[in-house]
Design a protein around this ligand. Sequence first.
Ligand code: MG
Length: 423
Amino acid sequence: MSDTRSDTHGAPAEEARAAGIKTDSLTSASQASEATQEAELEAALVAELDAGLAPYAAHSSQSRGRRFAEPPPSARSEFQRDRDRIVHSTAFRRLEYKTQVFVNHEGDLFRTRLTHSLEVAQIARSVARNLRLNEDLVEAISLAHDLGHTPFGHAGQDALNECMRGHGGFEHNLQSLAVVDELEEHYGAFDGLNLCFETREGILKHCSREHARQLGELGERFLHGRQPSLEAQIANIADEIAYNNHDVDDGLRSGLLTIEQLAEVELWQSHYEAARAEYPQIEGRRLVHETVRRIINTLIVDLIGQTRRNLAAHAPQSLDDVRAAPPLVAHSERIAAQAAALKRFLYRNLYRHYRVMRMANKAQRVVKGLFEAFSDDPRLLPPAYQTQDAQTQPRLIAHYIAGMTDRYALKEYRRLFVVSDEV
Ligand code: MG
């Protein structure tokens, strides 16, 4: 072993010394050859990661690249690097304390945006792996898809959108993009996380034509009716699968929904009955969980099956073909109708439940109160969010509020509105 090494490394150095050649130039030459070897290994790794993928998958080696050019990553693919940057971001950690449906402090077992995002990633990866699509990309998109959510879930976003009427509005999808493109402060060379085009495209699920025009390359598909990658399409549907199921679970756990109410939902009832038939002795949480896992499984298996049929029918040969085709990731008609019925049920019985409405109403008052106080006197804002430019001040206030966790927003509200010794 040591002989071989001295043949390749030690011997030329000695020869060089004997020949009177300066050794540091040789060291740099051998460093250069090591670097070449490393680059070759990197290329082999990326080729290997891409090799098992379907031709219409998003291949890391063929990414449209980043906004700011960077050297290729070491020991991982471009999309793995995106995923890692997302996990290490500040906005990602904040998801732990942001509401999904239930305000964070209502109970320890309810989903937060963080556990929701992890469930989306789990579902999306299962689907992607089955279809030989890029698991790393689908994971990156899933983990980042809610980074722009305000505190207090949709109630918070609606309130902030109202506050921003006349200043360009507020939309959580665009905010997620703002987080990864501008707002994270982690890197010396650029603002944001400088993610790949394909990851950013997946984060931007929808967008108005007006915004699309301002977004350049990223907005083009909204103007020309084209699709994003299959990986982005999967993350989008995995989001729905995750929240429909965990909202049923959380709804039952909170007591806002009952098993009796759910009997009208075919997707629930068929699996509930199947679970009871197989395990007549189980009840309570265990029976609920046994039912929910069956629903998730049915949705995933159906999604994979129908998407395979769509792929066979349209036969895309590349990611470009996917972009030009209609949406290919889809449920069968029968299961899509069942999932839509569940969604309608949740809307009527959970999202419009008077106790959820009370939380939402309170949340709106907090968000609007904060926005008004900061707009009336921007000197109340932390200095990083103050500007002399009256045109951009509202957007900076929106960035500040959107970044807050539920409990931080409540604390900030108390600091501004409750007369106490808290400053
Ligand atoms: Mg989501």
